[in-house]
Design a protein around this ligand. Structure first.
Ligand code: SF4
Ligand code: SF4
Length: 419
């Protein structure tokens, strides 16, 4: 098994200069697509709302630049979803248009006031590479969870984003977490931290080990509830999750009235040092690498997120979104190709699966769209950690088979409901 070598420079978060041109997908994690509320040729202020939806959980989108709207178009985001986009040209030097700061104690505020503010300021779950269905939602009709958990360590190896955010502003993370707890109505607030972070937070903590996938949201939720299998009920109902960056954004949205305009991202190149940077939303990947003096060569692979749950990108002109936690260049010689080849029955995938799924049997059915059979082999309990694909002797695209089957299952479920 190949080991990838990336080392992280532990330092301050570096502010990267934004480009004069940004592309912003009209999509937020965990909410409906947004409608553009600007037109081509419009002048926009920095911080002005440019996209919104009227569903109660949809956070708005704001312009990180003061400038002009150049185009309204469509693109596929790095999370693999097609979305409308707003392209803006201008500069990020101007004053930010803020909302009225709210100063009352969290205890004196209503959940509705906090929820409305988070929505208006664009606070949707940040990070998780857009795969955070398990993250907290601001839907007012959802039953309040027992626990709001704040993940202050990063889910995957190589990523250092959340660690750096907590180190930078622990008091804002704590304050934002308290406000988010108010918004979702959770009875308990728990900070999930690694052993060396316990002195940065106060209140109830859960110490999480470094070994992957022990910081995976589903594993953490299961650890809090003691329920690991679907048949025992999804822990999602009792534990909602946000990360340190979302908590900090919540604090700034309420206390400073500041909308979400940037994303913190771990950026690195194989063999070099990774650095944690903050960039305006909508900055193109190519621009981030150029600003850091990194250069992709023919055959190199660019991926967003971490090495196990991340997604290889076909377009270096893709934009940083609220879901982007990591951006990495992997050397071409280190890239191996997955293929639809036969399973040799070595059992490595079964051995490594944290959910004890018969992965070889389950994925054989996923591959050919036999969803009912895949469900019989526990497809529903898969947390998409990617470990099975990482160790597969035949290099079969196991995670892609699983994700394909889950999408098919979801489509079939929607069809059943509308029949
Ligand atoms: S991705 Fe693979 S290893 Fe991870 S839970 Fe699913 S089946 Fe198991
Ligand atoms: S690791 Fe790959 S080849 Fe081995 S049993 Fe699992 S799917 Fe088959």
């Amino acid at each position: 098994m190949k080991r990838l070598t990336y080392k992280t420079l532990v330092s301050e978060i570096q502010e990267l200069p934004g480009a004069g041109r940004l592309v912003l997908p009209l999509l937020q994690v965990g909410s409906s697509p947004l409608e553009a509320c600007v037109g081509v040729g419009d002048e926009v202020a920095r911080g002005q709302c440019i996209g919104r939806a009227d569903t109660p959980e949809s956070a708005f989108l704001h312009s990180p630049l003061a400038g002009k709207v150049r185009a309204l178009s469509r693109a596929v985001t790095h999370e693999g979803t097609s979305a409308g986009t707003v392209e803006i040209e201008g500069d990020a030097a101007g004053e930010v248009e803020t909302l009225q700061p709210i100063q009352q104690d969290a205890a004196e505020l209503s959940a509705e006031t906090v929820r409305d503010r988070l929505r208006e300021a664009g606070v949707s779950p940040l990070g998780g590479n857009g795969k955070n269905a398990e993250y907290a939602s601001l839907r007012p009709d959802e039953e309040p969870p027992e626990i709001l958990m704040v993940l202050c360590a990063d889910e995957e190896p190589l990523l250092q984003t959340q660690r750096h955010v907590l180190r930078e502003a622990p008091e804002k993370v704590i304050e934002g977490a308290t406000l988010f707890q108010k918004a979702v109505g959770a009875k308990r607030l728990v900070f999930a931290v690694s052993g060396d972070q316990t002195n940065l937070v106060s209140g109830e903590t859960l110490v999480v080990e470094k070994k992957y996938p022990l910081r995976h949201p589903e594993i953490l939720m299961a650890r809090m509830t003691g329920r690991y299998r679907l048949t025992e009920g999804r822990p999602r109902k009792d534990v909602h999750l946000i990360n340190a960056e979302t908590a900090m954004a919540a604090c700034r949205a309420v206390r400073e009235g500041r909308p979400v305009l940037e994303k913190t991202v771990t950026v690195g190149q194989e063999g070099g040092l990774s650095v944690v940077v903050r960039v305006p939303l909508g900055t193109l990947f190519s621009q981030v690498f150029e600003n850091m003096g990194l250069k992709a060569e023919d055959g190199d692979r660019l991926f967003t997120g971490g090495p196990l749950r991340g997604v290889a990108q076909f377009d270096p002109e893709g934009p940083v979104t609220k879901g982007t936690d990591g951006l990495f260049l992997q050397k071409g010689r280190g890239v191996f190709c997955y293929e639809d080849v036969a399973c040799i029955g070595c059992g490595q995938c079964v051995k490594v699966c944290p959910m004890k799924i018969p992965v070889n049997m389950m994925t054989r059915n996923c591959e050919f769209g036999r969803i009912e059979e895949a469900l019989d082999y526990d497809l529903d309990s898969c947390i998409e950690c990617g470990l099975c694909a990482y160790v597969c002797t035949s290099r079969r695209p196991l995670l892609q088979y699983i994700q394909f089957a889950k999408k098919e299952q979801h489509k079939a479920e929607l069809a059943r409901q509308s029949a």
